[in-house]
Design a protein around this ligand. Structure first.
Ligand code: ATP
Ligand code: MG
Length: 786
């Protein structure tokens, strides 16, 4: 152990070696918070603490797995195996599995994913005869989710007139009824959604003191990573479980709190010292992840936030390259810039694909990046899209298995009752739902007793329903003895699924078959890893639980080499040598929806801080002057976040249109590779979408019209004598002088008071009529002289 402790600095050692009592580590990105948690667990074990008594909660299951591997390498595999580590959801799903009957749920309860929840809410809205454009399933789900995460149960909701009024104001007076119906239906289906895993755990721990005591005694040491992003429900669980022994260690960074929109409460970290007695507070200041340039640039950004704890972050690492800022004409060009830079850097520095990550604000941005990477044959993986298990064909198979385990599962049943088609139409299903509600039974029970139920279904259809029930029951019998793989293989064959998918010979159909094969292979792996499990049913429900809670981040295999594409939200806690942050444009990042209040804008800024601090060696910030958004070509301004970074850490590179060396590699979305025709296409495109603007074509390279005072490259700027105010400034084809009246996209009309700086630093002080005096960096400001 001593050997390992030498891998920590002194500040990290202190919280690692404090065995007992409540403690909080607040520290900036890359300072070793996660490392402290990892080594602390190993240390506790070396001090004789049983692995069974340690609970560690992480942000992703992947993070938990990596921590466990590291701990295993220190204390040994067999010891580490018994640690309870994982996300809140996965850990408490396991506990609920054991205790579910106390809450009236079957222990084989299903976990509804967000698709299932949306569908159920959709049917409830339909059954109630409500307008689905006002009662949108997705937004209803997010309302319900936020109630649950604030522990507002249906009962609490119905007693809270303020909430009800707010929903009524939002033209949704029936919100309470929907919430109630949703909760009832989930309960009847023996299903919990993601939020229930936390809500029901809270219910369990409050209603059953003996259960609380059992887990308090079990988890004598509790550790939480990324504490700044816990929501109220998670907070209460941690609070309750740690109440007896108070051996609680949380680590976090208020500057990285980025999930407020999903109910995360930054106050959990700020109030921690009030929640327990004699809390020890530790700070870590040395960043080990990134270069000086990156660390300092990140500090200069987060400094702009008013709400923050004061923190020092420094690094002894190399200065590193400056942060590269690149401007492109379009999102397509931006994608090509990213792809060609990755390609060149990989060659020049002998790197692997997995040394690169591309981070964006919204999922929709991935498409242009993907296109460009594909053209260069650079392997990539998108994280956070549809997970493998949510693909249609996979969900079909999984739904059959879910029914085997829990025939009450309404969503699984509705999904496969007539897939592959077996003559059970939508009307029949609707009638079954009505009957189920009427008799207060599950749909499956109604089907089983179809002859005893008063229902308008003809005898032919009744026969089909009966066949379906018999089929599922035969699978249940098989599940007593067969393993997951054998069962799934049998189900896909005998249910007619394989036959149905094989009918489709299109490439999509072939991919579907391949995916099913991959699913079966995964099951085989699972079975082999579970040889000791004697109870086949247990192993199927365990498999399904893994499926329900898995994200594609978790299923990542170490040996695959690809560029990672993901939203910034997903990148939390991760690190990559080279990081591209793309789409740095006003209204995109910061998002247009998050600029109404200071606190929203500050959350966007924290998000940018998280993005930048993922980079170890080199960060790239890119933006485009126009991009397709919602199917329209839209003009864009560079993000204020670029302007907010202290300029000494930035390097503005030549824009893409002047970098094209090999047009073959830059074949664009128009499928056009010749620079000449491309030029025409681009100009056409400009004319089509921006008829008011001039297109300035230079020989050989497509050029977008240059906003007058937007410098494209610092090299082209003529130096200006900053001491001589009033000196003329040559910028491309335009001149800006003191006294000029200019127009700015955002600030409107103003008068130039002063010009200063040289080259890339050229700034103008402008007195705007509406917003007062502003100092603008001319290479960013879009100005027109009037
Ligand atoms: P984040 O806020 O992004 O989650 P963090 O504070 O959890 O960051 P870690 O991920 O634990 O930071 O550490 C950042 C990097 O620095 C990791 O690669 C880690 O292995 C390395 N590191 C941390 N402490 C040390 C140390 N004392 N010596 C060498 N490397 C270290
Ligand atoms: Mg971390």
């Amino acid at each position: 152990m001593e050997k390992y402790l030498s891998q920590l600095n002194e500040a990290q050692l202190a919280p690692t070696l404090q065995k007992d009592g409540p403690m909080i580590v607040i520290a900036g990105a890359g300072s070793g918070k996660t490392r402290v948690l990892t080594y602390r667990i190993a240390y506790l074990m070396s001090q004789g603490i049983d692995a069974f008594n340690i609970l560690s909660l992480t942000f992703t299951n992947k993070a938990a797995r990596e921590m466990k591997e590291r701990i295993a390498s220190i204390v040994g595999e067999s010891e580490a195996r018994n640690l309870w580590m994982g996300t809140f959801h996965s850990i408490f799903a396991k506990i609920l599995r054991i205790e579910a009957d106390k809450l009236g749920f079957p222990t084989n309860f299903t976990i509804y994913d967000s698709q299932d929840s949306d569908k159920l809410i959709g049917s409830i809205i339909k059954e109630m005869g409500l307008d689905k454009d006002i009662y949108k399933a997705k937004s209803i789900r997010s309302r319900i989710s936020s109630y649950k995460n604030s522990l507002i149960t249906v009962k609490a909701y119905l007693q809270n007139s303020e909430l009800q009024e707010a929903d009524a104001m939002a033209r949704r007076p029936r919100m309470g009824d929907i919430y109630k119906a949703y909760v009832d239906r989930c309960f009847k289906a023996g299903a919990m959604d993601f939020d229930d895993l936390l809500l029901r755990t809270n219910e369990l721990l409050t209603r059953f003191p003996e259960v609380l005591m059992k887990y308090q005694n079990r988890f004598r040491y509790i550790l939480v990573d990324e504490y700044q992003d816990t929501n109220h429900s998670q907070y209460l669980i941690v609070r309750a479980l740690s109440d007896k022994f108070q051996n609680i260690c949380v680590v976090g960074d208020d500057a990285q709190s980025i999930y407020a929109f999903r109910g995360a409460n930054i106050n959990n970290i700020l109030n921690f010292q009030k929640d327990y007695d004699n809390v020890k507070l530790y700070r870590l200041e040395q960043n080990y992840r990134s270069t000086k340039n990156i660390v300092n640039a990140a500090n200069s950004i987060i400094d702009k936030n008013q709400t923050k704890l004061d923190k020092v972050v420094w690094t002894a690492n190399d200065e590193g390259g400056k942060i590269i800022v690149n401007r492109s004409l379009t999102d397509g060009d931006e994608g090509r810039y990213v792809a060609s830079t990755i390609w060149e850097t990989k060659m020049n520095e002998q790197l692997q694909n997995k040394d690169f990550a591309v981070l964006y604000r919204t999922n929709a941005q991935s498409r242009a990046i993907e296109d460009a990477l594909r053209k260069r044959d650079i392997p990539y993986k998108i994280y956070g899209g549809l997970s493998f298990y949510q693909r249609k064909e996979i969900k079909d198979v999984i739904s059959y298995l879910r029914l085997v385990i829990n025939p009450s599962d309404e969503e699984a049943l509705k999904r496969v009752i007539n897939f592959p088609p077996r003559g059970i139409g939508a009307t029949t299903v609707d009638r079954l739902v009505v009957a189920a509600n009427q008799y207060n039974r599950t749909i499956f029970e109604v089907m089983k007793n179809i002859d005893k139920v008063d229902i308008k279904i003809n005898s032919g259809t009744k026969g089909k329903l009966f066949d379906f029930v018999t089929m599922i029951e035969s699978y249940q019998v098989m599940n007593q003895t067969a393993d997951v793989f054998e069962l799934a293989e049998h189900v896909t064959r005998t249910s007619g699924l394989i036959k149905e998918f094989k009918k489709d010979a299109t490439p999509e159909g072939v991919t579907r078959m391949e995916n099913i094969e991959e699913l079966l292979n995964g099951m085989k792996d699972f079975v082999e890893g579970q040889l000791e499990v004697a109870d086949a049913t247990a192993s199927l429900s365990e498999f399904l639980e893994d499926v329900a809670l898995s994200s594609d981040l978790d299923s990542d295999k170490e040996d695959v080499d690809h560029v990672a594409l993901m939203t910034i939200h997903l990148a939390k806690g991760l690190e990559f040598p080279h990081v591209f942050i793309v789409g740095l444009e006003e209204d995109l990042f910061p998002s247009a929806m998050s600029m109404n209040t200071r606190s929203e804008l500050e959350e966007e800024r924290r998000l940018f801080y998280v993005a930048l601090t993922r980079a170890e060696k080199q960060a790239y910030l890119t933006y485009a002057l126009s991009r397709y958004r919602w199917g329209k070509l839209t003009d864009a301004d560079p993000s204020r976040f670029i302007q907010e970074i202290d300029e000494q850490y930035l390097e503005i590179t030549t824009p893409i249109e002047e970098r094209r060396i090999n047009p073959m590699l830059d074949a664009d979305i128009f499928g056009d590779v010749s620079p000449n025709t491309k030029q025409q296409v681009v100009s056409k495109q400009n004319i089509r979408f921006k008829p008011a603007k001039q297109v300035n074509l230079k020989k050989g390279t497509p050029q977008k019209e240059q906003p007058k005072f937007q410098a494209s490259t610092p090299k082209k700027l003529k130096p200006v004598d900053a001491t001589k105010s009033g000196g003329d400034t040559n910028l491309f084809d335009g001149k800006l002088a003191v006294g000029n009246i200019v127009n700015h996209m955002r600030f409107g009309k103003g008068e130039v008071l002063k010009i200063e700086g040289t080259g890339a630093d050229l700034k103008a002080e402008i007195k705007f009529q509406q917003v007062g005096v502003k100092k603008l960096l001319l290479r960013f400001a879009k100005l027109d002289v009037i």
